[in-house]
Design a protein around this ligand. Structure first.
Ligand SMILES: O=C(CO)COP(=O)(O)O
Length: 252
C-alpha cells in the first residue's frame, strides 16, 4: 500500500511573515494528521522559519530546486548541505516552470536527482506535456522520455526513494484540470515505463502525484483513482483552509 503524499509548492509566493502565518495555521489544522504524508515547499527565504514552525508536527519540509554541486561559484543556487541543515527532506526537481523559464532539461534533472539521492534527500521529479503535444497525441511519448532520461542510471534501490509528479503544463495555474481518468491513464503509463526500465517492485511502490489546478473540489475524485498517490498543489496550497481540505481528502 502506497502512502499518499500531499505537497504544497508555494512557488515564488509569501514573504517570510506570511509564510510563518500560513505554516502556523497548517500546524493547527493538520499538524498531527497521519492519514497521508504532508509536505510544504516554501521559497528558500522561508525554509528556516517554516522549518521552525512545523518542528514537532508531522508536516515535512521541502525545497523547490537544488544545485548538484556541493558548493562553489554558482550565484543564486542552493546546495544539498544547505537544505539538509535546515531540516529539508524533499526537493522538487524539474518543475515545468524551471524547464520553461530557467533552462532545466532532462540532463539537468538527472544531475540534480542523482545529487538529491546521494545526499540522502528525496526527489519529487516533475514531468508533463504541453497542450500541443497532447493534442498531437504525443503526450505519452513525451512523458515516458522525461521519466527515462531524467532518471537515467538510477539503481532500483535509488528508485525506491523517488517520487514522480505528473503535471500537465496546460493544467498548471489555469484552472483546467486533466480529467481524473486522463490523469490516471498517464500515471499508469508512467508506472509501466518504470516497471519496464527498473522492476515490478519499484513500479508497485512508486508514489506518483498529480499536479495542475488541484483544489478541494477536485481532490476526492482524483485520490479515488488507482494510480494517483497524492497531489502537488500550487495555488490552492497558499491558503490554510483549502490546503487542509486537500490533505483531508476522502477517497472512495
Ligand atoms: O505547478 C503546480 C504544483 O507544482 C500546480 O500549480 P497549480 O495548483 O497552481 O495549478
Amino acid at each position: 500500500m502506497r502512502k499518499a503524499l500531499i505537497a504544497g509548492n508555494w512557488k515564488m509566493n509569501k514573504t517570510d511573515p506570511e509564510a510563518v502565518a500560513l505554516a502556523k495555521a497548517l500546524v493547527a489544522e493538520v499538524g498531527q494528521y497521519d492519514s497521508c504524508d504532508i509536505l510544504l515547499c516554501p521559497p528558500f527565504t522561508s525554509l528556516k522559519s517554516v522549518g521552525e514552525v512545523i518542528k514537532g508536527s508531522r508536516i515535512k519540509l521541502g525545497a523547490q530546486t537544488m544545485h548538484w554541486e556541493k558548493s562553489g561559484a554558482f550565484t543564486g543556487m542552493i546546495s544539498a548541505d544547505m537544505l539538509k541543515a535546515l531540516g529539508c527532506t524533499y526537493v522538487i526537481i524539474g518543475h515545468s516552470e524551471q524547464r520553461q523559464f530557467f533552462g532545466e532539461t532532462d540532463d539537468t534533472v538527472n544531475r540534480r536527482t542523482r545529487a538529491v539521492l546521494a545526499n540522502g534527500l528525496l526527489p519529487i521529479v516533475c514531468v508533463g506535456e504541453f497542450l500541443e503535444q497532447r493534442e498531437a497525441g504525443k503526450h505519452e511519448e513525451i512523458v515516458k522520455n522525461q521519466v527515462v532520461n531524467g532518471l537515467k542510471g538510477l539503481s532500483n534501490e535509488e528508485m525506491k526513494n523517488v517520487v514522480i509528479a505528473y503535471e500537465p503544463v496546460w493544467a498548471i495555474g489555469t484552472g483546467k484540470t486533466a480529467s481524473s481518468q486522463d490523469a490516471d491513464d498517464m500515471h499508469a503509463c508512467i508506472r509501466s515505463t518504470v516497471e519496464k526500465t527498473w522492476s515490478r517492485d519499484v513500479a508497485d511502490g512508486l508514489v506518483i502525484q498529480y499536479g495542475g489546478s488541484v483544489k478541494p473540489e477536485t481532490i476526492d475524485e482524483q485520490m479515488s483513482m488507482p494510480n494517483i498517490d497524492g497531489a502537488l498543489v500550487g495555488g490552492a496550497a497558499l491558503q490554510a483552509d483549502s490546503f487542509a481540505r486537500i490533505v483531508k481528502f476522502q477517497a472512495k
